[in-house]
Design a protein around this ligand. Structure first.
Ligand code: AMP
Length: 377
């Protein structure tokens, strides 16, 4: 079976690596001739809106899925006339716009951050009156890794934002004093079967994910149940097929949904070594109409993102149960170029292994817990 994937970045790369043992073949479409999947699979270089290229791309495919959430929804709908497309284009459309995402959370009674719509610089004052400061102004579309966002703390920030904001729909969100950021990864098969990974704790710097701890420390069964119930409602409402990620804020022991991604997710990379079945394999099983795999964790994992630079591989691999993933992208500041997962049987052993990481990782931006960073010195 040949699976077509829209987008040829690292998520696609890891999907293909998970799919080869299951005898899947892959064909990718990406506008960039440098897309990393070119190293390991057939890659078609074309714009997502080149319908002639899409038609040729779809020829002979069993199904199409995506690894990039900003694929124009017209491309997914066009392909759907030729070949099954999973997750449903409606999920893509909902997740691409913060307002429709919020509307879905509200319809499904999933608590989400309070917000107001902003369509122009003039609306901003009204929105600030309604929401208060501090607040976060976000473009509704095409924001990622903290891009298209302004944190407004003072009336000067509001005045500055008025002259900077694009002529595009935005939302103003209340600034949430969360105790931590979490995410849940869920999978739904074509049969309707569902599976959930444990909540993961995520640490960001400069809007980019730096560290994920799986399962989230101090995870209670109540919190896990609350997250699963929310994810299940989204999966069912969208008749979803594939892996879905929901990013959440934990506030006073309760969860607030921030946003969702209709695809495999950076906060699930740990599952390659840290779960019985990885998010990548489960996404492929789901879209291919196969039973889902076991999502149980294998001990404790920490995933560290490599942003713009790579460590000495020998120093990482000298640590027991350390796993290095390099995506084959050119090194540029702010770019995700690889990740490292450390796995261990106990939390204490994981802390010890994190402490063995070379000085490269002992910088503040890697977000290592203070006791670990200290022990490494
Ligand atoms: P997002 O693009 O919505 O995932 O936002 C990127 C990051 O900005 C999040 O992971 C949070 O660390 C932070 N952030 C986003 N929205 C809020 C908010 N309403 N209050 C506080 N921090 C936020």
């Amino acid at each position: 079976m040949t699976i077509g994937i829209l987008g040829g970045g690292q998520l696609g790369y890891m999907l293909a690596l998970a799919g080869y043992p299951l005898d899947f073949h892959f064909r990718f479409l990406d506008p960039s001739p440098q897309a990393p999947v070119g190293r390991i699979a057939t890659r078609v270089t074309a714009d997502y809106t080149d319908f002639e290229a899409l038609e040729k791309f779809a020829h002979g495919l069993a199904l199409v899925t995506y690894e990039f959430e900003n694929v124009p929804v017209e491309a997914a709908r066009f392909l759907q006339k030729i070949v099954p497309v999973y997750p449903p284009p409606q999920a893509l459309e909902t997740a691409q716009d913060r307002r429709s995402e919020k509307a879905l959370f509200q319809k499904l009674k999933i608590p989400t951050t309070e917000f107001a719509e902003v369509d122009s610089a003039n609306d901003l004052e009204n929105a600030v009156r309604k929401i208060g400061l501090p607040a976060v102004l976000k473009t509704c579309r095409l924001g990622y890794d903290g891009k298209g966002q302004w944190v407004l703390r003072t009336s000067e920030d509001v005045q500055r934002a008025k002259s900077e904001i694009p002529a595009a729909p935005l939302i103003l969100e209340k600034f949430v004093e969360f105790s931590r950021e979490l995410s849940i990864l869920a999978a739904r098969a074509r049969s309707g079967e569902t599976a959930f990974y444990p909540l993961v704790e995520n640490h960001h710097r400069g809007g980019i994910l730096r560290l994920s701890l799986a399962p989230a420390p101090h995870l209670t069964p109540e919190l896990q149940r609350e997250a699963e119930a929310a994810a299940r409602r989204v999966l069912e409402a969208l008749d979803y097929v594939g892996v879905l990620a929901i990013e959440l804020f934990e506030c006073d022991g309760k969860l607030l949904a921030n946003e969702m991604a209709p695809r495999v997710h950076n906060s699930g990379h740990w599952s390659i070594e840290g779960a019985v079945t990885s998010q990548f394999e489960n996404h492929l099983r789901a879209v291919a109409g196969l039973p889902l795999g076991d999502t149980r964790t294998l001990g404790y994992s920490a995933m560290l993102n490599l942003i713009g630079e790579l460590p000495d591989p020998a120093e990482v691999l000298a640590i027991s149960d350390a796993h290095l993933h390099v995506y084959g992208k050119s090194l540029r500041p702010g770019r995700k170029v690889g990740h490292v997962t450390l796995r261990a049987d106990t939390q204490a052993q994981l802390a010890q292994r994190l402490g063995q990481l070379p000085p490269f990782f002992q910088r503040e931006e890697f977000c290592l817990p203070p006791e670990v960073a200290k022990s490494a010195k």
